[in-house]
Design a protein around this ligand. Structure first.
Ligand code: NDP
Ligand SMILES: O=C1O[C@H](COP(=O)(O)O)[C@@H](O)[C@H](O)[C@H]1O
Length: 517
């Protein structure tokens, strides 16, 4: 293998061999049933089944142990479900013969069961089919593992969880397990999230519940703790003495695209900021955990969330792109924000006075998610560096994962002048040949392994809703207006003004030249 060239290894077992894992991962064998509830839906076909396929291809879902069940109300056959999924697994045109074979073999693992979400008949049938699979695999009693993925609207979570608990639990106490993965949005505000947590908590213990936030499965989000706590560089700099402001930005260059009906009930804060960006925020701002044990990490996340001050309304800008209401499923007078900039401030020794600017928008001029840490000016500047711009440490989550530092150097040549340059770790160049796993792929594997590090704990969820609920209620009551912006723009100009007021200094004249491969 040449330098910098890695390859994906096939794994024969589900054991985690990560050096970072502090969980005792005892290799498990025996039948594994993965049930995708809402199998007829958008998430299932676009994300869940493709993630399962990638795990299968890498040897994580051995066919002699695994069966995948799709469950939904729609009356379709096994083959109809398989045909719906097929084109999302590989690109038909570019697929090799091996990939085509893999797709066919994978699809044969899938069985569809139709039933409702609130009556026992369908779930009893599902349980029967799972039991057939388990007995075919000649399992010893109790070794069976049952994973339920709720790719469903949250309105049906309570009844579905009740049905699983009543009809479909792993039948023995001799080992094995039953786990459920629940998707966001987990509630609409503090009260509804707590109510949902209580309903599900009455049925399942916290170690059985995996609240998925797919941003926690992204490569560079998973890298955050390593960057911060395994590098001496950052330890002394990561505080209010050196850092001026932090931006966590999510931009999409398309609108709500057929999901307007769903989106209008939630808006960009509930869709992106309260969950995805806030999880990233935790990893940037939290203190060092005692160890990498999931509970130690999650304890620190809760602490920093609880240190966030109430949001000040003059540090919020909301926007809605023109044309959003043309979607027939969106009410004509909707005020739902499709863009928001919200500043969070942390009341603790490390971060007092440092604005954390969370920004998310749909139908903007680019698709990007990044973290931008901007450092303070150099005191007593003798080079006039401040004209060049400040040091920045940027982590680009997508597209094209990269970590780079913008800093000032002498401009090459005879003159003594300065210029902004960069230390650039572009993954496409540094890790050629590496396929970065999809977020859902990692997180489903974590669930099978029983590792909750990258999942949201109940108290974490509560603390996150506590931060945003007063603002959300104000928006819901029509007391906070969304400013219109042009699709394909940067969003409302007021958001850039807020950024400037918060202390962000834009670098002028710096041009990044992509590394050539
Ligand atoms: N789509 C995406 O990109 C993302 C989705 N999510 C979350 O994942 C979950 C599923 O999303 P998605 O697949 O887009 O949702 P869908 O609207 O596609 O719903 C999934 C399935 O649920 C059933 N369903 C839909 N509406 C209802 C209802 N009102 N009552 C009962 N059953 C219903 C339908 O199956 P049937 O009628 O056959 O039973 C449908 O195929 C949601 O919680 C969503 O917020 C999270 C991140 C991204
Ligand atoms: O959860 C969601 O995320 C997607 C964006 O995910 P990404 O991995 O492509 O960044 C967003 O489009 C969707 O509105 C939201 O529900």
């Amino acid at each position: 293998m040449g330098s910098g060239l890695w390859s994906i290894e096939k794994r024969a077992s589900l054991r985690s061999d990560s050096i970072l894992s502090e969980i005792e991962n005892v290799p498990e064998t025996g039948p594994l049933s993965i049930v995708v509830l809402g199998a007829s839906g958008d998430l299932a076909k676009k994300k869940t089944f493709p993630a399962l396929f990638h795990l299968y291809r890498q040897g994580f879902l051995p066919p002699d142990e695994v069966k995948i069940f799709g469950y939904a109300r729609t009356k379709i056959s096994d083959d109809e479900l398989r045909n719906r999924i097929r084109s999302y697994l590989v690109n038909d045109k570019g697929a090799s013969a091996e990939q085509v074979d893999d797709v066919s073999n994978f699809l044969q693992l899938i069985q569809y069961v139709s039933g409702s979400y609130d009556s026992e008949d369908g779930f009893r049938l599902l349980d029967k089919e799972i039991s057939v699979h388990e007995s075919l695999k000649k399992s010893v009693e109790g070794s069976s593992r049952r994973l339920f993925y709720l790719a469903l609207p949250p309105s049906v979570y309570p009844s579905v969880c009740r049905m699983i608990k009543t009809c479909c639990m792993n039948k023995s106490d001799l080992g094995g397990w039953t786990r459920i993965i629940v998707e966001k949005p987990f509630g609409r505000d503090l009260q509804s999230a707590e109510q949902l947590s209580t309903q599900i908590g009455e049925l399942f213990d916290e170690p059985q519940i995996y609240r998925i936030d797919h941003y926690l499965g992204k490569e560079l989000v998973q890298n955050m703790l390593v960057l911060r706590f395994a590098n001496r560089f950052f330890l002394p700099l990561w505080n209010r003495d050196n850092i001026d402001n932090v931006q966590i930005v999510f931009r999409e260059d398309f609108g709500t695209e057929g999901r307007g009906g769903y989106f209008d009930q939630y808006g960009i804060i509930r869709d992106i900021i309260q969950n995805h960006l806030l999880q990233v925020f935790c990893l940037i701002a939290m203190e060092k955990p005692i160890s990498l044990k999931p509970e130690h990490i999650r304890d620190e996340k809760v602490k920093v969330l609880e240190s966030v001050l109430p949001i000040t309304y003059d540090e919020v800008v909301l926007g809605q792109y023109e044309g959003y209401r043309d979607d027939p499923t969106v009410p004509d007078h909707s005020n739902t924000p499709t863009f928001a900039t919200v500043i969070l401030r942390i009341h603790n020794e490390r971060w007092e006075g440092v604005p954390f600017i969370l920004k998310a928008g749909k139908a903007l001029n680019s698709r990007k998610a990044e973290i931008r840490v901007q450092f303070k000016d150099v005191p007593g500047d003798i080079f006039k560096c401040q004209k060049q711009g400040r040091n920045e440490f940027v982590i680009r989550l997508q597209p094209s994962e990269a970590i780079y530092m913008k800093f000032t150097v002498k401009k090459p040549g005879l003159e003594m002048s300065t210029v902004q340059s960069e230390l650039d770790l572009s993954y496409g160049q540094r890790y050629q040949g590496v396929t970065i796993p999809e977020a859902y792929e990692r997180l489903i594997l974590d669930t099978i392994r029983g590792d909750q590090q990258h999942f949201v704990r109940r108290d974490e969820l509560k603390a996150s809703w506590e931060i945003f609920t007063p603002l959300l209620h104000k928006i819901d009551a029509g007391e906070f207006k969304s400013i219109p912006y042009k699709p394909g723009s940067r969003g409302p100009a007021e958001a850039d003004e807020l950024l400037e007021r918060a202390g962000y200094v834009q670098t002028h004249g710096y041009i990044w030249i992509p590394p050539t491969l």
